[in-house]
Design a protein around this ligand. Structure first.
Ligand SMILES: [Zn+2]
Length: 108
């Protein structure tokens, strides 16, 4: 399987497409589809059928998928979306690092 540079909970920036320049938290990653859902980015209107909970139905707004290749993780130090590298720590754990400044993106 292809490795994915973003994970759920990451803050990402959109670098291409109509949502370019926006930022948000990753809600879901679908590596097999090459798609990612980012909070409050690429909002689309969807018709909601009436359900038990929502009797009225109607139109709801929700996040639409973005191409994984259009988002990059925002480095906390650079405060910009950037490419990430992998660093292996002395204890064998792998962390993602910012290629620009070397800052570790994964905490803990
Ligand atoms: Zn950085």
């Amino acid at each position: 399987m292809q490795s994915v540079h973003v994970r759920r909970g990451d803050t990402v920036g959109v670098i291409a497409g109509k949502e370019r320049g926006k930022r948000g938290k990753v809600l879901r990653v679908s590596p097999e589809k090459g798609r990612v859902l980012v909070e409050h980015v690429n909002m689309i209107k969807k018709h909601q059928r009436p359900t038990q909970k929502l009797r009225q139905g109607g139109i709801i707004e929700r996040e639409g998928p973005l191409a994984l290749s259009n988002v990059l993780v925002v480095c906390p130090r650079c405060d910009k979306p950037g490419r990430t590298g992998i660093k292996v720590l002395t204890d064998g754990r792998k962390v993602r690092t910012c290629r620009r400044c070397g800052e570790s993106i994964d905490r803990g």
